[in-house]
Design a protein around this ligand. Sequence first.
Ligand code: PHE
Length: 466
Amino acid sequence: MQKNATASINTAANAGGMPAAGRLNWSTRMAFILAATGSAVGLGNIWKFPYITGENGGGAFVLLYLFCIALIGIPLLIAEVMIGRRGKHSPPDAMKALAKEAGVSRHWSLVGWVGVITGFLLLSFYLVVAGWAVSYIFTAGTGAFHGASGDEIGAMFGGLVGDPVATTVWGSVVLLITSAIVIKGVKQGLERAVTTMMPGLLVLLLVLVGYAMTTGHFAEGVNFMFNPDFSKLTGTSVLVALGHAFFSLSLAGGGMMTYGSYLGKDVSLGKTVLTIGVLDTLVALIAGLAIFPIVFANNLEPGAGPGLIFVTLPIAFGQMPMGQVVGLLFFIMLSFAALTSAISLMEPAVSFLTEKKGYSRLKAGSMTAAGIWVLSLGSVFSFNIWQDHTLYGKTFFDVLDYLTSSWIMPLSGLAMAVFTGWVMKKTSTKEELPNGMTHTLWRFLIRYITPVGILAVFLNAIGVMG
Ligand code: PHE
């Protein structure tokens, strides 16, 4: 394996690089950008960002999040894709190959392992929420939101998540579609899904912002999101903001490293990653601008939690002209956005099993899916039969989300920053980022700012929690 890994680093240094036998490869630079954007833009932007912004008091949290994206997220996304592209293997072996190249312990492969496992854990709850979105395609399509009051719409959502059988079925549908695409090979289908659905989603979000402007509470929504009140921040909010920068950019979940491993040398990492980061952030901010005015116009609670978009947006669909069609299209596109992210959460495990154990994609995909399905039941039950089984007030779903986003991903990000900034040779990283200025700036951020930022957030959180 080691020998193999080094060999492909060498070949990869030739123009475009020869893929190791059986590896997928992106046909064009655009294909990678689309897949990576598809991974980044998902439920994180539209479902999670607004609800955690609501829970953490608005403006100050948003500002902190933007800092985390710019100073920690973007440099780390460059680092993660770089590791994948230079390592040319699934995450654990890509790390191992680069550790060997740098002459350090092969145990650095642990970082890759953590990525694969994190992707697995994340997908187990991600697919549950994606299942809610898919089921809302039908709720919206039948016109159920039309003329319904906020309370009635709240009760619809409560009815859905309170039903363990229905939510298991919807989650399983998402998992089946995700596995089918991953088994077939991520390239086909992904490109088309992203090119048609992503712009569509953006347009619909803007339509929703347009509606939000008519509610008479738009200014209140903007004020909530952009007028920082730092007294509302706690150590935990800071940790949540950092964790969400990771979640939203698909960092440290193995996906970006794996996609990077299918990428040729001709692509400019800096520009590509910046594009992805800006798009991802824009979608989140636009989603917030659509949602908060509706929250205030209907006297809803911004901190209502994971149900926020499933209650606010249907109110809008119920009231706006053509709301039935807009709602239907919105949930279709949201489901696609979730799907392209789910694919990137599953791909690392499948890529690892095919490469390391020699399994077919069918076998690797089926095994991964079976494991994820079992684990997903814990998240399904967190909203019904297990809702009172909590640990420090957190359900299984909350614990999984909190552990992965707020702790595992930032820690693994810290390790990636140290690895690419301090362990990898400067000549190696320079080869990956040939533009002198980009390399200098990136190297400064990844060596000093990114790790110190992550550590500061942790220390703050521990201080407050202790
Ligand atoms: N970034 C995705 C989203 O915002 C979620 C994700 C996290 C995907 C980690 C891959 C890896 O929905």
